[in-house]
Design a protein around this ligand. Structure first.
Ligand code: GDG
Length: 668
């Protein structure tokens, strides 16, 4: 069986290798043809996108995005093979290597891209799982395609997995793969991790195929979620949609899998068969136990720390502030241009703050909105709305040579992102719903000067861990405005205290920790023990009443859902939360603290004091849809301004800042 070193040894190509060709052995076979990996990762997308030159030659480029950002370092260090779709229509690319990773490309036809990817994944599951921010669409043809494509992935995983291998399936696009693979392979350990939220049952129940989804997931041994509440929602769906009984964080099913009518119609005949007697051997024959728990994903904080140490990145951060006109305050947003990210709410709040003069006249917002899913209608509509809003704000509040928003509908290299994080005083992460949000953690990981402030939506998973952030409800525009002003006016001491606590959290719980804790838990053989033994509360694991109320409510065992609760007993978390006191800085509009020269807002002295000990000579450093109709209060006046994405705003083509114009770079 392949071991990690096989994958890494001598094959590593630089991540900068933008056009890696498949490696072949002497016999002309591609190395990864051999299969028999001990670790198989299955994700909807590969970590690279296929591009074609004008001569028709294919090459591969790294594809950024939340899932790839998190998993690439894991796969690079542990070896194994990554199965995924290459991002365009055509036959399966098959096995190849790129960027030091063993990859196997799944092929999708144009119809499958339309029905599976753009349809069921992006227009049904994505909006549904993000609390129906946009209306989900249900089409039977899309579902059929979802089933078919999930089968391709399961078959390929079967081919690549060696005996007793670990197969780690990722995200909502592949929820049927665990059971499909289980039916083929009894020997493998199957883990599944969902990167996005798992919705409450009232929302999940809208899905016509809800039971099939639950049963598909239950093919796994371990189901990982971002937040404790996601795991609880899933367990509730097991009870309500599949009629199963859950116990704490576990659920038991017949090992033979669901029959015609699903699990709930296969109620075992005897107590022994049900396994509620606490047999010493643990699980009764013919049953499997599945665990659902929270594993909050994270970033490679050491790597980001190394990137921001580079002289050229620090110089670039300085340069960015210069290019922006040395403003007193730099706000930053970095998001895929997705309606879940709350970009319009953020723009609304910023526009009103400008109109009220509460941020001073020397403030800029840099908004990186990476292109994504451009063929899906809701995304096109969002882009129009965002660009109209940016244009209006720039038109209303800009001056010659000063657009208050620098809007960048492009993708950038990681070094440029790090420089932006370093140059930003306040990072705005305001999703309406987000599984985790890695941008928030990246910002923290990059701020080795312990300066900067984070405004973070309470609807992002990261809010559970980053107590040093200014937590906001992005729907509450007034609250959002207040939080932005507070974040912009905290003392350097408070900024440091908050940032230090958040940095410790992200450093100690980085992506390697996340992957290791998931894989450790997956490797544990839960069948060796019987969690129900002798427990008077233990009920029938199979005969759950699908209509019964939520048994988790008030269940003391529900706390078991979070594997190693990151905040439990963390004194820092309390300290940080307790320190979330009102800002002490002076606010704009304060008659005692007018901005000299007519610009209302923050005092120059105050802003200048934010990071006097910065490693950049005292200069402040740092650097970063909601259905449009849900944003309250559109701009009141419509004066056309400079067009969106003003290309003079940030010079490109120098240093690490060159934009990458791929169509759908963030791999989702
Ligand atoms: C999903 C879940 C969860 C963005 N633009 C560029 C770029 N990015 C990178 C960011 C960050 C990643 O993409 C985005 O991650 P998020 O977590 O914010 O969001 P999703 O893509 O929606 O990811 C999310 C995540 O999965 C992981 O589980 O956190 O909740 O929705 O790393 O930096 N990277 C580069 N250039 C860009 O222009 N290099």
């Amino acid at each position: 069986m392949r071991e990690p070193d096989d994958a890494a040894s001598g094959q590593v190509q630089s991540p900068d290798d933008q056009a890696a060709a498949p490696d072949r052995d002497e016999a002309g076979r591609e190395d990864a043809d051999y299969g028999a990996y001990s670790l198989v990762l299955v994700a909807s997308r590969l970590p690279v996108d296929r591009t074609e030159s004008s001569a028709g030659e294919a090459s591969w480029r790294p594809s950024p995005g939340g899932l790839v950002t998190a998993l690439e370092p894991v796969m690079r260090s542990s070896g194994g093979v990554w199965i995924g779709w290459s991002g365009d229509a055509g036959p399966a690319p098959g096995p190849f290597k790129a960027g030091g990773l063993h990859l196997v490309g799944i092929g999708l036809s144009p119809e499958e891209i339309r029905d599976y990817y753009e349809g069921f994944c992006n227009a049904t599951l994505w909006p549904l799982y993000h609390d129906v921010i946009a209306p989900p669409r249900f089409h039977r043809r899309w579902w059929d395609s979802y089933v078919a494509v999930n089968r391709y992935f399961a078959e390929e995983a079967d081919r690549q997995a060696g005996p007793g291998a670990t197969v780690w399936v990722h995200d909502y696009q592949l929820q049927l793969v665990p059971q499909m693979l289980r039916e083929r392979r009894g020997d493998v350990r199957i883990g599944y991790f969902t990167h996005i939220p798992f919705p409450g049952y009232e929302i999940f129940a809208q899905l016509p195929w809800r039971r099939r989804i639950v049963e598909g997931l239950l093919g796994a041994d371990l189901l990982g979620f971002q937040r404790r509440s996601d795991a609880a929602n899933f367990l509730r769906a097991c009870r309500r949609a599949a009629g199963l009984m859950t116990r704490g964080a576990t659920v038991r099913v017949l090992a033979s899998g669901p029959g015609e009518g699903g699990y709930s119609l296969r109620v075992p005949a005897s107590r022994a068969e049900r396994g509620d007697r606490g047999e010493r051997t643990g699980l009764p024959a013919g049953m499997r136990e599945i665990r659902a728990a929270a594993f909050p994903i994270s970033v490679d904080s050491a790597e980001l720390g190394e990137i921001v140490q580079r002289a050229e990145v620090r110089a670039r951060a300085k340069e960015i502030r210069q290019v922006l006109g040395q403003p007193d305050l730099v706000l930053l947003g970095v998001d895929r241009l997705d309606y879940t990210k709350g970009i319009l709410h953020r723009l609304r709040a910023y526009g009103e703050l400008l109109s009220e003069g509460r941020l001073g006249s020397r403030v800029v917002l840099v908004q990186v909105a990476s292109p994504t899913r451009e063929r899906v209608e809701a995304y096109r509509a969002l882009r129009d709305e965002v660009e109209l809003t940016v244009s209006r704000i720039n038109g209303l509040y800009g001056e010659l040579g000063y657009p208050p928003i620098h809007y960048l509908h492009q993708s950038y290299p990681r070094e440029e992102m790090a420089a932006l994080y370093l140059a930003a005083d306040v990072m705005l992460v305001t999703p309406l719903r987000d599984g985790m949000n890695l941008v928030a953690k990246e910002y923290v990981a990059c701020r080795d000067d312990e300066a900067g402030a984070l405004v973070l939506s309470e609807f992002a998973g990261a809010a559970d861990e980053l107590g040093g952030a200014f937590l906001v409800n992005p729907h509450d525009i007034e609250g959002l405005k207040d939080a932005i002003v507070r974040a912009a006016t905290i003392t350097p001491q408070e900024a440091r205290r908050r940032m230090r606590a958040m940095r410790r959290r992200v450093r100690d719980h980085d992506v390697a920790h996340w992957a290791a804790s998931f894989r450790d838990m997956l490797a544990r053989d839960t069948s060796a023990r019987d969690p129900l033994a002798g427990d008077p509360l233990a009920g029938d694991p199979l005969a759950g009443d699908p209509l019964a109320g939520d048994p988790l409510a008030g269940d003391p065992l529900a706390g078991d859902l979070l594997a190693g609760d990151p905040l439990a007993g963390d004194p820092l978390a309390d300290e940080v939360l307790a320190g979330d006191s009102p800002a002490r800085g002076s606010l704009a509009g304060d008659p005692q603290n007018p901005w000299p020269g007519g610009g209302s807002g923050l005092s120059r002295g105050h802003l200048g004091s934010r990071s006097p000990s910065s490693q950049n000579g005292g200069e402040r450093h740092g650097l970063h849809g909601q259905a449009p109709q849900q944003v309250p209060d559109g701009p009141r006046q419509g004066q056309a301004g400079r067009g969106p994405g003003d290309r003079r705003s940030l010079p490109r083509g120098r240093g690490p800042g060159r934009a990458d114009r791929r169509r759908d770079p963030p791999g989702r």
